[in-house]
Design a protein around this ligand. Structure first.
Ligand code: FES
Ligand code: FES
Length: 157
């Protein structure tokens, strides 16, 4: 049991590495990823679960990391956008100009990656429903959808 003032060493599995962190009990997973581990791909947007900018992959499902305490992530597999290396999805975002300021991009990439992993045969409506969990302030939804759809159609991640 944690007190609210005591830091404790924990091991997180992030991008296939076991990493030691010493969060405060109240630190969110988003905070620890960014401030302790320097993984700044997941972005603080609303920090209350609405925008999806903080999305990471958590045991193959997209998770808004602003809503989870770091301690709750122990024993789970976390993938951040830094864990992607030249995927077809990243190439598709480039090819379709699927970002403007880019603030939402890592969240869309992680959500879409989870979709491609879990539902590689998803139809367009399913894709749209999954992407609804993420907001783009630059309103580039058409391009983002086209990018993800192109990878679904090509059958590759
Ligand atoms: S920052 Fe987590 S959902 Fe907006
Ligand atoms: S590209 Fe700017 S918020 Fe989406």
């Amino acid at each position: 049991m944690f007190s609210y003032t005591t830091r404790q060493s924990l091991i997180l599995r992030v991008n296939q590495d076991a990493l030691t962190v010493t969060p405060r009990p109240s630190d969110t997973l988003l905070y620890t990823l960014r401030q302790e581990l320097g993984l700044t791909g997941a972005k603080p947007g609303c920090e209350n679960g609405d925008c999806g900018a903080c999305t990471v992959i958590f045991d193959n499902l997209p998770l808004k990391s602003c809503l989870m305490l770091t301690a709750e992530a122990v024993g789970h597999e976390i993938t951040t956008v830094e864990g992607f290396h030249h995927t077809a999805l990243q190439d598709a975002f480039m090819d379709h100009w699927a970002f403007q300021c880019g603030y939402c991009t890592s969240g869309f990439l992680t959500t879409a990656h989870a979709l491609l992993t879990r539902h590689p045969d998803a139809d367009r409506q399913t894709m749209v429903e999954w992407l609804r969990s993420n907001l783009c302030r630059c309103t580039g939804y058409q391009e983002i959808g086209d990018a993800v759809w192109s990878v679904l159609q090509a059958g590759q991640t």
